[in-house]
Design a protein around this ligand. Structure first.
Ligand code: GDP
Length: 432
């Protein structure tokens, strides 16, 4: 569900407005993840459109100055929300704190609907009109207490919501971009030849230059794939001095343009320092990753067992990456490699709708609560997926979640939503 966050200084009538919005839809009010006392997010609907209403007043971190607290709230709101409702007390007018909030909201580029509250007295309309000078567009005159104007406000909110109801996968057009990486002689060229055969289309070729990357577009399975800088792969830099430096530069630039990286390692030899370095580069780039163990045709039983141990020991950080054993020479399992590339890209682009995410987290947190630490039990109050490619999640919590618990959450998210082949980022916003 799309998220609507309500932000404003204390006493401007934020909670009354939240209750007003929820109150007209008694039946559908529902709290999100196993939260009882600290409810901060509610599912509700207006004009047939369901959304999650986030009451940022619930985040109020204690012990800081008021302005800092409100700014923190606004930051929470812009991270999590599709639309922000900014509530100002029209009788008091815009204060310095309000102006500070406006700056945070502006920077975010998120749509903001300005609610001029407490428009119930004689001077109400004029007070509301004065709030045009905040530069947030039309102030919606409301009286949260009496219910006046909240319908128009909600219409404006719906208007500002993103059109498409959340899709599971982003639409993609055009070929998907792959970087084929690996140390020299691992079999990149051979693999490319196997994959592309005669069908490759060379693109971006600039006559007479050797520095420009030349990509190749190849149709594999259901899609077109753009293999990045295949000229670099085929040119085979062999100079002794600086070869490694140039190889790693090429890896970095290829990654920058890629969506998914296929890292080839030579299964017939021990994992090299250079293999690990390339894998780290992919990890840092936030791209999807598939590991291809090449030259499988050369393996005997003994090497195979040794390889399993090597992988367990050295590649624990990327256990999420699909592993495919292949032979570029014979073409064995190359089709599986292409399927793994597909899977990794899907995971990389997946967006979990907020309602589903919170329902799922509510379940797993209820079954496996965070251990009590120092007499306190941190809880996840609300979560949202802030981004894709790679997926980034923000957890709003009532205390610091320890690393093992964050890993547990990540593992469960992966199992539930199919994030094979993609790094996931989990960040926390703690309300102390
Ligand atoms: P690149 O430097 O990564 O592009 O590696 P190449 O594709 O040039 O391959 C280096 C050498 O390894 C060549 O002699 C290939 O024939 C050989 N090679 C590549 N893949 C395989 C494989 O799957 N099995 C075997 N046995 N040899 C391979």
């Amino acid at each position: 569900l799309p998220v609507v966050a309500v932000v404003g200084r204390p006493n401007v009538g934020k909670s009354t407005l939240v209750n007003r919005i929820l109150g007209r839809r008694e039946a559908v009010v529902e709290d999100v993840p196993g939260v009882t006392r600290d409810r901060v997010a509610y599912e509700t609907a207006w004009a047939g459109r369901a959304f999650t209403l986030l009451d940022t007043g619930g985040w109020d971190p204690e012990g800081e100055g008021m302005a800092a607290r409100i700014t923190a709230q606004a930051e929470v709101a812009v991270t999590a929300a599709d639309v922000v409702v900014f509530v100002v007390d029209s009788v008091v007018g815009a204060t310095d704190t309000d102006e500070a909030v406006v700056r945070v909201l502006r920077r975010s580029g998120k749509p903001v609907v300005l609610a001029a509250n407490k428009v119930d007295g004689a001077s109400g309309e004029a007070d509301a009109t004065a709030l045009w000078n905040l530069g947030l567009g039309e102030p919606y005159a409301v009286s949260a207490l009496h219910g006046r104007g909240s319908g128009d406000l909600l219409d404006a909110v719906l208007e500002a919501l993103p059109d498409a109801p959340s899709e599971t996968f982003d639409e993609e057009t055009g070929p998907r971009r792959v970087a084929l990486l690996g140390k020299p002689n691992v079999g990149k060229s051979s693999l490319l030849n196997k994959l592309a055969g005669e069908d490759r289309v060379v693109v971006d070729s600039v006559a007479g230059t050797t520095v420009d990357p030349v990509d190749e577009i190849v149709t594999l399975g259901e899609r077109d794939w753009r293999f990045i800088d295949t000229a670099g792969i085929r040119r085979r830099v062999r100079e002794a001095s600086g070869a490694e430096y140039f190889a790693s530069l090429r890896t970095a630039t290829a990654l920058e343009r890629a969506e998914v990286a296929v890292v080839l390692v030579d299964a017939s030899e021990p994992l090299a320092e250079q293999d690990l370095r390339i894998i780290s580069m992919v990890e840092e780039s936030g791209r999807a990753l598939v590991l291809a163990y090449n030259k499988w045709d050369l393996l005997d039983e003994e090497r195979r067992e040794m390889l399993e141990r090597e992988i367990d020991r050295q590649l624990v950080r990327v256990t999420w990456a699909p592993r495919v054993n292949v032979s570029a020479l014979t073409g064995w399992h190359v089709d599986r490699l292409v399927r793994a590339m597909d899977t990794a890209l899907e995971g990389w682009s997946t967006r979990v709708p907020t309602g589903r995410l919170n329902a799922f987290l509510g379940e797993i947190v209820a079954a496996h609560p965070h251990p009590v630490r120092g007499g306190k039990q941190p809880r996840i109050l609300f979560a949202t997926q802030a981004d894709t490619k790679p997926p980034r999640f923000v957890l709003f919590t009532s205390g610091f979640l320890e690393a093992s618990y964050r890993r547990f959450i990540e593992r469960r998210l992966r199992e539930e939503f199919g994030f094979a082949g993609t790094p996931i980022e989990l960040s926390m916003r703690v309300r102390e």
